[in-house]
Design a protein around this ligand. Sequence first.
Ligand code: ADP
Length: 507
Amino acid sequence: MKNFKTLNEKINSHVLKEVELNDDIRQKELLIAVMQLAEERAATLTAIIESSEDAIISKNLEGIVTSWNSSAERIFGFSSEEMVGQSILKLIPQDRLEEEPHILGRLRAGERVEHFETKRVTKYGELIDVSLTISPVKNQAGEIIGVSKIARNITPLKRAEEKSAMLAAIIESTDDAIISKDLNSIITSWNISAERIFGYTEQEMIGESILKLIPPDRLQEEPMILGQLKSGQRVDHFETQRMTKQGKLIDVSLTISPVKDKAGNLIGLSKIARDITYKKLEEQRKNDFIAIVSHELKTPLTSMRSYIQLALAKVREKQDSFCENVLARAEVQTRKMYLMINDFLNLSRLEEGKMSLNLSRFNLTELIDEIVGDARILAPAHVIAYQNCDEVMIDADREKIGQVINNLLSNAVKYSSSGTTINVGCEISAERVLVSVADQGFGISSEDQKRLFNRFYRVSNDQIKNVSGFGIGLYLVSEILRLHGGKVKVESEQGKGSVFSFALKTA
Ligand code: ADP
């Protein structure tokens, strides 16, 4: 601009002098100055055109390209040599050829065509989205002699628009409530399902605190979730309860992810809430069913076992070895059934949060003695080795600790071959007693070891596919020990065997 100004001043001074002097030499100088000015203007325009991010193309009225800048080359792939002198139709997809005469018609009618969104085709046959701004080029008489066209590549913008439209459609069509909120727990988005599940409309919730949905006794969950996300962890399938507009408590499963800005800073949270009230109800029905069936089976089974024991005592007196053998086997089977039913009963109690401990002080070695004695009868094909440890008293639920040891022992039997040895160990050290059950069985892979204590988890491999079970034994073991403030440990190697152990405080 500074140059133009100087030149303009120069020309003006010449014009004045021209009037005054009317001198030949001065006229020549004036002409040179005007030409210099025109050249500089043209150079500036060329520089602008070449540095533009947009394709700037000019063409004559026959649609023949007359100029082609470097962004046109970058966007369409054709070089200036390839395009100047060629028809612009090279860039127009077959199904859009009618656009060209239409645009020309509008220009002739004196209109500018601005931000006309369409598609063009590149040298490589790729369709791209462009926004066109087209202006007529006129001669001094005002007649249109050509057209200049600015084409902006809006493909990335269109893709982003399409992606966000698709995401918006997914968010609106999902059955889950999808809610986003800022770091102060203020809601910033609320989909249709959130409205259906919680009863509040989008207008009622945007700008409001998420705490509106949290029952008073669960308010501490919000800072806990935030803390977890700030430390980089996701919150997946967190089962809890939330409150609807009508004040009804519903069971929900929450999956919460951090929303980060480009620099990776946490700026908000997105929350997917699934209404699991129905699932919970189903689980409740299943638990009730298991509880009722187990309870109903236990009563006749207990009397059956007593009758068998009575009959066994009678045949022993009569020394009828056949009947004694048969009844002894029947008694073993009733014991197995009893243990199984006990597992089911405790599972349903656990699920309902109703498993309570019936604590008493008892001698653990005595309990292990009893269980090992029973196990030797139940699994005569295995060698069950047990080195009695010193008498040790513990404060615990005798029946449930018995269930833990029974489950570990029956697994050791189920998942090892006949004839192998199972070692039951008991070690007392510094106010603790460590109980272990070691087998020489099939072993467990490290992958399976991670999920072994999950409810209903069973390892699936050829070796154990015919071993029956429900996948609840180890879940109960770990839950019963957790209630006692303890933990079950497993060490195992495939093909070599497993050791399950747990420690309890001595009394
Ligand atoms: P179940 O025995 O009824 O399947 P559990 O919960 O007791 O259920 O055990 C879960 C799974 O762990 C079993 O299916 C089995 O694959 C594996 N498992 C448990 N104990 C042992 C063991 N001592 N040796 C090898 N695998 C075992």
